[in-house]
Design a protein around this ligand. Structure first.
Ligand SMILES: Nc1nc2c(c(=O)[nH]1)N[C@H]1C(S)=C(S)[C@@H](COP(=O)(O)O)O[C@H]1N2
Ligand SMILES: [Mo]
Length: 201
């Protein structure tokens, strides 16, 4: 137990360099959900891909589970000021999903849709990155329901509200549109190193 105390970084340590301005470390994994937690069976999860695409498609759970997977470790930053280091996620890298998608030339952004109605928007540049995962395993265990299981998207370079839990769909868009928190005052991009917390920043 006490050893945990000594894992906290000292002000000038290497670890402290991994904590963006205005953030503090946590060893817990807080739960932040707006509204009720949707309970979905993995077998009924299906990712619907629509909007600015040549052909709409739906990828059911069984097919998702056949796709190439990757395990990656990142530091996660939440706009409510917590940072958690070395979080290990397993899932399908976004570029693998995108091999199945033929975008129209008008597509510039994506709205990520969730069971329960949450949405969050990204530019294609922020979305199509090898470290972004459709993740169903956290720290070697099936992702807990409260953290987005059966599957969430993890976008580690942006604040954690850009990592939608209970992912159900991708809507490719011609131009940007605001998602749930972005409509309610959060920044449209959310880079923790630039402290892009709220839309008037
Ligand atoms: N579907 C859905 N995804 C969501 C949210 C939500 O309310 N619903 N909250 C977001 C916010 S504000 C944060 S900080 C993280 C929290 O993830 P966690 O509960 O696993 O810590 O999920 C993001 N993804
Ligand atoms: Mo958040």
């Amino acid at each position: 137990m006490f050893s945990k105390l000594f894992q906290k970084p000292l002000p000038n340590s290497e670890l402290a360099k991994r904590v963006p301005p205005g953030q503090s470390l946590t060893e817990r994994f807080p739960v932040l959900t707006y509204g009720p937690v949707p309970k979905i069976e993995a077998s009924s999860v299906s990712i619907r891909i629509f909007g600015e695409v040549q052909t709409e498609l739906e990828i059911p759970w069984a097919e998702l589970m056949q796709m190439p997977m990757s395990t990656q470790t990142y530091d996660i930053h939440c706009v409510t000021h917590w940072t958690k280091l070395d979080m290990r996620w397993t899932g399908i890298p976004v570029p693998e999903i995108m091999k199945r998608v033929q975008l129209k030339s008008e597509a510039t952004h994506v709205m990520m849709h969730c069971y329960g109605g949450y949405t969050t928007n990204l530019s294609l540049e922020d979305f199509i990155r090898p470290e972004n995962l459709f993740s169903h395993i956290y720290d070697g265990q099936p992702l807990e329901t409260e953290h987005g299981g059966p599957m969430r998207i993890v976008v580690p370079h942006l604040f954690f509200w850009k990592s939608p839990k209970w992912i159900s769909g991708l809507e490719f868009m011609n131009g940007d549109r605001l998602g749930f928190w972005e409509k309610n005052g959060y920044h449209k991009r959310g880079d923790p190193w630039r402290e892009e917390r709220y839309s008037d920043d």
